[in-house]
Write a protein that binds this ligand. Structure first.
Ligand code: GDP
Ligand code: ADP
Length: 214
């Protein structure tokens, strides 16, 4: 396999539950089909419609803890009483292939990845709801969680939101199309950073050759 001339980016998306992070992630992946989604392992039971290996790897607590002990999780955290973690191997493989990986993780996961050896390739984005009333109605509108689960998520949302300033970018998800556009803009700009375009040296060298030949 040829060695790619750039390492893949790690794009971290976090938000309080219900702010629209999964919806925006799906849209971003449909826009750029080269993106890879980091499928997390979780001990939470599947929701109706969730697909094993696509949305999550649904695991037992025992298997989850074994993966952690074996160092096979890039990061992991307990959220809403369940464990969630990002398997390390597929992320490292994608980076070496020069493919960008999208993570849907909470602030604890964001912090761990940012502080890891892969931290310099991280772009982190926090999604805020326009209002708490919107957040609650979106959680309820999803129609997949019990009142008790919704109440628990609402109670946790303040804590999650308190970490917004640790992120490189913040998007307020008022209107879905606008928020998707903001996300595309961030990704496009990050890919154009001078230090992420290894081909530039060669282009500038060629420009110099042309100057000298004039
Ligand atoms: N740290 C960490 N958080 C995760 C991971 N996967 C999902 N999460 C977070 O766990 C929380 C709950 O996720 P989920 O149960 O799918 O609920 P939802 O985000 O409300 O749809 C969200 O904040 C996710 O971003 C992971 O691998 N690591
Ligand atoms: N800008 C928006 N305006 C209205 N509804 C939205 C918007 N963004 C997302 N939603 C809806 O809110 C609900 C929660 O979104 P979801 O992507 O599941 O959130 P999260 O992954 O952050 O928990 C979904 O039903 C989704 O369709």
């Amino acid at each position: 396999m040829p060695i790619p001339d750039r390492r893949g980016l790690l794009i971290i998306l976090s938000s309080p539950s219900g702010a629209g992070k999964s919806t925006l992630t799906r849209r971003l992946m449909a826009w750029d089909t080269t993106l890879r989604f980091s499928v997390s392992a979780t001990t939470r039971p599947p929701r109706p419609g969730e697909v094993e290996g696509k949305d999550y790897y649904f695991t037992t607590r025992e298997d989850f803890m074994r993966m952690v002990a074996e160092g096979r999780m890039l990061e992991h955290a307990e959220v809403f009483g369940n464990f969630y973690g990002s398997p390390r191997d597929p992320v490292e493989a994608a980076m070496l292939e020069g493919r960008d990986t999208v993570f849907d993780v909470d602030w604890q996961g964001g912090q761990q990845i940012r502080r890891s050896a892969l931290g310099k390739d991280v772009v982190s984005i926090f999604i805020l709801p326009p209002t708490i009333a919107d957040l609650e109605s979106r959680l309820r509108g999803r129609g997949q969680d019990s009142e008790e689960v919704i109440a628990r998520r609402m109670a946790k949302s303040r804590d999650e939101i308190s970490h917004w300033a640790e992120y490189d970018y913040v998007i307020v998800n008022h209107e879905l199309d606008q928020a998707e556009n903001d996300l595309r803009t961030i990704l496009s700009a990050e890919r154009m950073r001078a230090d992420r375009q290894p081909g530039l040296t060669e282009i500038v060298r060629e420009l110099n050759r042309e100057f000298e030949a004039r």
